[in-house]
Design a binder for this molecule. Structure first.
Ligand code: GLN
Ligand code: ZN
Length: 756
């Protein structure tokens, strides 16, 4: 083959019919054998290779299939395995890391850069020694070669990114030095297989601290250079910022850069492309569901060709962040569907633009893309009323009527260490069946609501029985916290098969925002009322925040993200007013995705945070002073955005804490956060049920950092992934621990009072 024109750097791996979910979860339940599980993974992987081969992609990334998470896979392959997982072998090791085992906590789960994919944070103990275990990977590469020949390019997670993302109890240099011979061995093994090119993915090069790691990258790539295959150093999700000249100077043959995010092109114009190196330009947006615009890409290709004569193009990232195929979404209006491009459509775009790169005249085909876009624009409605409201927004519209100290006294009063949960209760098969049969029209709306209400009643009863203080209705009517609201609002479209992996076997179908957002009517009031009718205790009104709805949807690309967030905030504002009218004393606006939208480079943070926090403030600004506004956040480190969390001005925040080992708690305390906080007391993503003493010990830790009057008690996150058999003992242990602690603290106070 002459110079390759097109490449991919990762493909969806869940299966077009979600085969991996069924296989993995079946294996956990003992219904699927290990062989069958692995066979399913291979079938899904090979179907992806076929699709890329048939589309005509020249260099196809292979080896990113996974049973749970590719970062954990590379940690295992390189021996970054903490001591507690050493007794486990094979699949048991993978799944112990992912889900924990009795007395063995799982690895922490955290956002993969700014995506909605979550990876397992590898842990390196003081005595962990890297060791190679590449058998599964080599087997995959062989299989790929037999189908794809030299088109097969192994995808390897780069050593610096792997360590940069891991939690290390040894100096990074030390682990890196031990890792490099192992990576070199891998490249040598690949060389023996006849592999000509290998992708080393180093997305950490786009992070704000990349400059601090330059010495590590240099050491790594000098050690790996010349081991055999040509190295394609792959970066994505942003521009490499100030490290670009450094990156271009590393001893690698190919550099892959993302031209859909950040400021890569301007940076490249300033840089001198090194002679002899190939630029692999990520110009097809791997994280957008919209078709590429030829009017942008064709001139871009022309310019890139001048900047870097040895040029190939590709998607900006792995295509794992988009679903498989837009053409399958037959229920969508044709005007919308034909403006969309998922993985398969993107492969065709890629090859089309690759032909343009080769100098072919592709005008007739790109014109089709332009026409479908024009048809879509004519079809998507503008909402002048929303536009007017946005234009009229003034500073006061982002502010609650009274400051915190003034409004606090007017809100509900509760016993010390008030207990609550984050919102969802087990989404059992029965609950999912109920929703599915309603969706399929097998039961009437009245029957469906009666079914939901029975679950609400049961859940309220359970919470009452345990003595929780602030109750929730359980979110049984919601398949997903974003999809639910998106379905109730105008301006969103839904796929039927548009699943993408969130973590492990959990997949989501992000909605597509395609027009102005409008709330046609109340979205959550009925279920709130039903729940409140069953109890005297306060029930929380549960909403998903504007930034999370935006960040977990595929946004439209014709208006700024800020504007979309404000449109959603205005809709939520109306919902809160309706909840208050229905008697809600507490409203929770979840923003688990606030942190993940943060730009990688700290000098770009303020711009994002200022509008993101303002969107939350806008959503909650009209809540009465008497209404206690809660928010919830999870799956991220919050240390660097405490100022923003503070500026949300929420009365109570419940925040993931257990899985990150109380880090969040310490950071909040050090910041001097003055409002109320519920740091999670246990990790809901592990099936391990905490016992009473563990919870009590946690609460004692909280008291070392926070004022007693500040502390709420709750799990780390919603309970929807757990079974009732786990939730009931866990929450019982929590309320028992709180009751004991209340008694103990009372008793500790007594002697002091007596000596007064
Ligand atoms: N209220 C949601 C739930 O409990 C929050 C989920 C989340 O933070 N991801 O499910
Ligand atoms: Zn959460």
């Amino acid at each position: 083959m002459t110079q390759p024109l097109t490449q991919t750097i990762g493909y969806p791996r869940i299966g077009k019919a979600r085969e991996m979910k069924r296989a993995v979860e079946g294996y956990w339940k003992g219904k699927v054998e290990a062989d069958e599980l692995l066979a399913t993974m291979r079938q899904v992987e090979e179907a992806g290779w076929h699709a890329q081969l048939e589309a005509g992609v020249d260099r196809i990334g292979v080896g990113d299939a996974t049973l749970y998470d590719h970062v954990a896979d590379w940690a295992i392959r390189t021996g970054l395995v903490a001591g507690r997982f050493q007794p486990f072998q094979g699949l048991d090791r993978t799944f112990a890391m992912a889900r924990g085992a009795p007395d063995v906590p799982a690895l922490e789960l955290t956002k993969w850069f700014d995506t909605n994919y979550h990876y397992l944070v590898p842990e390196v103990d003081a005595d962990t020694t890297p060791t190679a275990d590449y058998a599964d990977f080599i087997e995959t590469v062989r299989r790929a070669q037999s189908l794809l020949g030299e088109r097969a390019v192994p995808i390897v997670l780069g050593p610096v990114t792997l360590l940069r993302l891991a939690r290390l109890e040894q100096p990074l240099e030390q682990v890196l030095d031990a890792m490099l011979p192992i990576y070199r061995d891998l490249l040598a093994e690949l060389n023996d297989l006849g592999v000509q090119e290998v992708q080393l993915h180093e997305p950490a090069l786009v992070l704000g601290d990349a400059t601090e790691h330059e010495a590590h990258y240099r050491r790594a790539y000098e050690a790996l250079a010349g081991a055999g295959p040509a190295i394609n150093l792959v970066t994505y999700f942003d521009d490499p910022g100030e490290t670009l000249p450094f990156v271009l100077d590393l001893p690698v043959e190919i550099v892959s850069l993302d031209f859909t995010r950040g400021r890569t092109l301007p940076a490249l114009r300033q840089a001198n492309w090194p002679a002899g190196k190939t630029l692999a330009a990520g110009i097809i947006d791997g994280r957008s569901v919209w078709q590429s615009r030829p009017s942008k890409l064709l001139p871009l290709i022309d310019e890139l060709r001048k900047l870097a004569p040895q040029l190939r193009i590709g998607p900006s990232s792995s295509l794992q962040f988009v679903p498989y195929e837009a053409a399958r979404e037959a229920h969508l209006p044709e005007e919308l569907r034909s403006a969309l491009a998922f993985a398969e459509e993107k492969l065709r775009e890629l090859v089309l633009f690759g032909r343009a790169l080769a100098g072919e005249d592709v005008n007739a085909e790109t014109q089709v893309l332009d026409e479908s876009w024009a048809r879509f624009r004519a079809f998507a409605p503008d909402e002048p009323e929303v536009q007017e409201k946005l234009d009229r927004l003034a500073e006061g519209d982002f502010e609650r009527a009274q400051p915190y100290r003034q409004r606090r006294g007017q809100q509900i009063s509760l016993p010390p260490f008030p207990t609550t949960t984050i919102g969802s209760f087990p989404q059992t098969t029965a609950v999912r069946k109920l929703r599915a049969s309603f969706k399929r029209g097998e039961i009437t709306e009245a029957e469906y609501q009666a079914g939901v209400d029975a679950w609400i009643g049961y859940t309220i009863g359970v919470q009452e029985g345990m003595g929780l203080d602030v109750l929730v209705h359980g979110e049984f009517e919601r398949s997903d916290m974003v999809e639910y609201f998106a379905e109730k609002l105008h301006g969103f479209a839904f796929t039927q098969d548009g699943w993408v992996q969130s973590y492990g076997s959990r997949y989501v179908r992000p909605p597509i925002i395609y027009a102005d957002v409008v709330r046609p009517g109340p979205m959550t009031v009925r279920e709130f009322q039903v729940a409140q009718s069953f109890t005297e205790k306060p029930v929380k009104g549960m909403l998903t925040g504007p930034v999370t709805i935006l960040n977990w949807s595929y946004p439209r690309i014709d208006i700024p993200r800020q504007e979309i967030a404000y449109q959603i905030a205005l809709a939520l504002q109306e919902e809160i007013v309706d909840l208050e009218a229905a008697g809600a004393l507490v409203v929770q606006v979840d923003e688990p995705a606030l942190r993940e939208g943060l730009p990688f480079k700290p000098d770009r943070w303020d711009e994002y945070l200022s509008w993101a926090v303002d969107a939350f403030r806008l959503a909650t600004a009209r809540a009465e002073p008497q209404t206690q506004v809660h928010t919830h956040m999870c799956y991220a480190e919050f240390g660097d955005v405490l100022g923003a969390i503070d500026r949300l001005n929420a009365d109570v925040i419940s925040i993931e804490n257990a899985r990150s080992g109380d880090e969040t708690l310490r950071e909040l305390a050090a910041y001097g956060y003055e409002r109320e906080v519920g740091p999670g007391v246990y990790d809901v993503h592990s099936p391990v049920v905490p016992d009473r003493e563990q919870v009590k010990a946690k609460l004692r830790t909280f008291l070392r950092h926070l004022e007693p009057g500040q502390v709420w008690v709750n799990p780390d996150c919603g309970l929807k992934t757990r079974g009732w058999g786990e939730v009931i003992p866990a929450l019982t242990h929590i309320t028992e621990a709180v009751n004991e602690l209340r008694r103990e603290l009372e008793a500790e106070k007594q002697p002091a009072a007596a000596t007064d």
